[in-house]
Design a protein around this ligand. Structure first.
Ligand code: ZN
Length: 506
């Protein structure tokens, strides 16, 4: 005989599984929309997504869900739940509380607002006209401030937005780690710029066929341990990874025929996201914990593989001959050191997505300062372009000549994704901290990379991080793996070591 708690729990788990099924179906449709959907099918498919998403949302905030949560969190019943089920209930409750606090009409109006704003943002960007986007941005910020008031907040309004992407992250913590990082990185970038030892990069920009690039990308994915029986590689304008279930994690890339490494590093990046999702424990399938734990931890994995493995000298010691053979004659006169330096060129620039591994962090800090200021109402949307330009001058020493290459460059704010940007820099910090531990636990780490023996590294990451999915929080993961809380010093040390050698500083 099942106890009443077991009966309720089982019905609750069925409901969670149903929501996950909708989510998987919607995820697959999105993948299809971005890869191979015929143009004439787009409109009807958008309707399908609308219907399924609405059903999914209704289930997550249904009275049925509310009743389950209430029943299962009663102390006597909670006692009977094991640790995993408690986490599943907590996750559902967080979602439920958050969504139920926003009146449906307000939420629907917001969906329409952001959808219109995205379309308008495209026009604003292509004409470099901030004034047409500004009123929409003002409304999106106002709506978010209203949501924050409904959700409630402790210390800082912006914390509530950060928590959506990085559970537990706060302005206090970010001020501390970003402050420490900026203090070291700004002078490092300046001394790199002043260095006489600038890498040659012209050989990266020859003509490279898509077929050859694809062949090399597939080869490297295999080396990383990406499971092609649980995924596939396709081509899109904007590369992405989508985890439908651990058995189906798809990635896409974009080939530029005049750039040998853009597609490769894009593929390795998305491959890092995919390794995470492919290796979540099967015990979590069908639960709300079967996903990466946060955007920051997810980015730590894509960036670990892309930058700390893929852009390392050890990696190219093993794979450069392979690259030379893939593109016959094109790299005959280029020594591996020259290639390594070229792919690690540091150049302060205006556009975030084109930034190198080092200056990327400064682009993120600028967005963080802006979002924090907007939500604490110390600047207005009207003051944004000027604030943006001043920060670029201060952090990177460059200044946009128009808003297209300035404040209008990213899509995020038009969709209301405030609090998302810090994840990228957090990912770099987590990755460097994990790498430090990894090098102690696997002392022959560099040797393994030099031999192209990447699977023991992947296995360590699976054991330490991937298998847990969302069953551990980001702060629990970083503490469990490295024995300490997030610490920016590891990223500083890693970047200083790497770039002082490349640019022969000191
Ligand atoms: Zn990523």
């Amino acid at each position: 005989m099942m106890s009443e708690v077991q009966v309720q729990l089982s019905a609750f788990r069925d409901l969670i599984k149903k929501i996950k099924s909708y989510e998987e179906a919607v995820g697959l449709i999105y993948w299809d929309m971005r890869t191979g959907l015929p143009k004439k099918g787009a409109e009807s498919r958008s309707d399908v997504v609308g219907v399924l998403s609405t059903e999914m949302f209704k289930l997550s905030i249904s009275d049925e869900m509310g009743t389950f949560i209430q029943f299962l969190t009663e102390p006597a019943h909670w006692e009977e739940l094991d640790e995993l089920n408690r986490k599943i209930v907590n996750e559902a409750k967080k979602d439920y509380d958050r969504s139920r606090k926003i009146p449906t009409e307000k939420y629907q109006a917001y969906v329409v607002l952001t959808s219109n704003a995205e379309t308008l943002w495209e026009t604003a960007k292509s004409t470099s006209n901030y004034e047409i986007f500004q009123p929409y941005l003002e409304k999106i910020i106002a709506a978010n401030l209203e949501f924050i008031a409904l959700w409630g907040y402790k210390d800082n309004k912006y914390d509530t937005l950060l928590d959506m992407y990085e559970p537990g992250m706060t302005v206090d913590k970010l001020d501390e780690v970003f402050g420490a990082l900026r203090k070291k990185l700004v002078p490092l970038v300046a001394s790199i710029q002043a260095s006489k030892n600038q890498p040659q990069t012209a050989f990266l920009r020859q003509s490279f066929t898509k077929d050859q690039q694809r062949k090399f990308s597939l080869f490297i994915l295999n080396q990383m341990g990406y499971d092609f029986d649980a995924g596939r590689l396709d081509e899109t304008v904007h590369p992405f990874a989508t985890g439908l279930s651990p058995g189906d994690v798809r990635i896409t890339t974009r080939y530029l025929e005049d750039d040998v490494v853009s597609a490769l590093f894009g593929t390795i990046h998305e491959g890092g996201h995919a390794l995470y999702e492919q290796n979540i424990s099967l015990d979590l399938v069908g639960t709300n914990l079967c996903t990466g734990t946060s955007m920051g931890i997810h980015e730590s994995q894509s960036r670990f593989w892309e930058n700390m493995i893929g852009r390392s000298s050890s990696f190219w010691e093993r794979y450069y001959a392979e690259l030379q053979a893939t593109f016959p004659g094109q790299f005959d006169d280029v020594p591996v050191e020259a290639f390594y330096k070229a792919i690690n060129e540091v150049k302060p620039s205006l556009i975030r997505i084109e930034a190198d591994e080092l200056t990327y962090n400064l682009h993120i800090m600028i967005r963080y300062e802006i979002e924090k200021a907007l939500f604490n109402e110390t600047i207005t949307a009207a003051e944004l372009p000027q604030f943006w330009n001043e920060k670029y001058k201060e952090y990177l020493g460059v200044e946009p000549s128009n808003n297209e290459e300035g404040v209008l460059q990213d899509v995020h704010w038009s969709g209301g994704a405030f609090g998302y940007f810090p994840s990228y820099a957090l990912g770099n910090m987590y990755a460097a901290q994990m790498r430090n531990t990894l090098m102690q636990r696997i002392p022959n780490f560099e040797e393994l990379v030099k031999q192209g023996d990447l699977l023991p590294i992947k296995a360590w990451l699976v054991e330490q991080i991937y298998q847990y999915g969302k069953s551990l929080t980001p702060s629990e993961i970083i503490l469990q793996v490295t024995g300490e809380a997030l610490n920016p010093d590891y990223l500083v040390a890693y970047l200083e070591d790497k770039y002082k050698a490349i640019y022969q500083l000191d």
